[in-house]
Write a protein that binds this ligand. Structure first.
Ligand SMILES: C[S@@+](CC[C@H](N)C(=O)[O-])C[C@H]1O[C@@H](n2cnc3c(N)ncnc32)[C@H](O)[C@@H]1O
Length: 357
């Protein structure tokens, strides 16, 4: 069923100072009840093709705005709407009082939380303002067992990437992990480290083949042999974002907390596919994310691709293919839910990546 994601900035305030955070212009401002509720009711009443809406409450640290979140959610739940909807937020987990936890447990079926936690406690402390001891990880695991932890890997924690992933898995979490965008990445220093860490991850997942894997060895390589497509994010189509004044923006990376006073240009989503020579001949083009926001923050133009993580992406796509291949050799194609058609598609992908296999 068609689902629209509506992101709403509820506060710009945060108590952490994460090493990679793209929100460089935080402020002590929260959304008002009226602005918040108007966004909800406008989108739930809209006559469009979407039957389902996911409201993503975004910060800063969203629980600084717990009072207004609680009031708006409870009023919304008290009223009847034609669309289905859910509330969802990502939190640093450090501000959850007993009162907030009680409210979250009571409403866990209609309000979900994902915890940001960057691997081992040492990795968390390195990236996220020494906050590991302030977080009740069990609370998140028990309240929303299916929701993955958001783990961000910075150049400072890359050398323990596999340790961090395995630590979180052994605690019982699935993981939604990614590189820190706009980080101080250095190819000659970091690529050999990444290669070692990916090898350790592959060895771990080969021993436990049914486990849902880290994104670092799960790039969307099956798209590689398809026709080239550039747009990989949902912004501008079924994703919209409001700032805390109720202004629509293309996505959260274009709001004031990220861009400051820099004017945001208008741009077309019909961006050129073959914009760079190295992209034109790149075998993993379709598995490579294209983020208008990161591009804007890094190159000053949403349509000019930021190349910082180019080689890192290629290495992860390669690791994904290697792991798929080894899993198939050890356990058969069924381990990846590959039927004959999907298996031959995978062979085409390998040919495209490496030439004839
Ligand atoms: C901006 S925070 C706001 C919500 C909340 N305070 C939290 O820490 O989850 C949302 C998510 O963005 C991630 N994030 C922040 N800066 C990032 C960057 N430069 N690259 C990738 N992820 C980033 C954080 O790790 C966190 O998981």
């Amino acid at each position: 069923m068609p689902t629209k994601t509506v992101m709403i900035e509820v506060t710009q305030k945060c108590n952490l100072d994460c090493v990679y955070c793209y929100e460089k212009y935080k402020a002590d401002s929260h959304i008002s009840f009226d602005t918040f509720f108007n966004i909800i009711s406008y989108n739930l009443n809209l006559k469009d093709e979407y039957d389902n809406i996911e409201f993503v409450l975004h910060g800063g640290e969203p629980f600084y705005a717990f009072g207004v979140i609680r009031d708006v959610c409870e009023l919304t739940w008290d009223l009847l709407w034609k669309k289905n909807y859910l509330f969802y937020t990502t939190t640093n987990g450090t501000l959850l009082t007993d009162e907030i936890k009680k409210w979250l447990i009571k409403n866990k079926e209609r309000f979900s939380c994902s915890l940001s936690f960057d691997g081992t406690k040492e990795m968390q402390d390195t990236n996220r303002s020494c906050s590991s001891e302030k977080i009740d990880m069990d609370f998140f695991k028990q309240t929303w067992p299916g929701i993955p932890i958001k783990m961000t890997v910075s150049p400072k924690t890359l050398h323990t990437l596999s340790e961090g992933v395995i630590f979180l898995h052994e605690l019982g979490f699935n993981i939604e992990d990614s590189f820190a965008e706009m980080g101080d990445w250095n190819e000659s220093r970091d690529l050999p480290v990444l290669e070692k860490e990916l090898t350790k991850l592959i060895n771990y997942y080969l021993k436990d083949p049914y486990r849902k894997t880290s994104n670092f060895v799960n790039y969307p390589i099956m798209k590689i042999s398809d026709e080239r497509v550039r747009k990989t994010c949902r912004a501008g189509t079924d994703f919209i974002a409001y700032d805390l004044y109720g202004e629509l923006s293309f996505c959260h990376l274009f709001t004031q907390v990220a861009v400051g006073e820099t004017p945001v240009p208008s741009f077309s989503l019909e961006c050129p596919i073959d914009d760079r020579e190295e992209c034109l001949c790149c075998p993993v083009f379709n598995a490579c994310p294209f983020c208008y926001g990161v591009n804007f923050l890094m190159t000053n133009d949403p349509l000019i691709k930021d190349m910082t993580l180019c080689k890192f992406t290629k290495m992860c796509a390669n690791a994904t293919a290697v792991m798929y291949k080894m899993k198939i050799e050890l356990y058969g194609p069924e381990i990846l839910n590959f039927d004959r058609y999907k298996y031959s598609h995978f062979v085409n992908v390998l040919e495209k990546m490496y030439g004839v296999d």
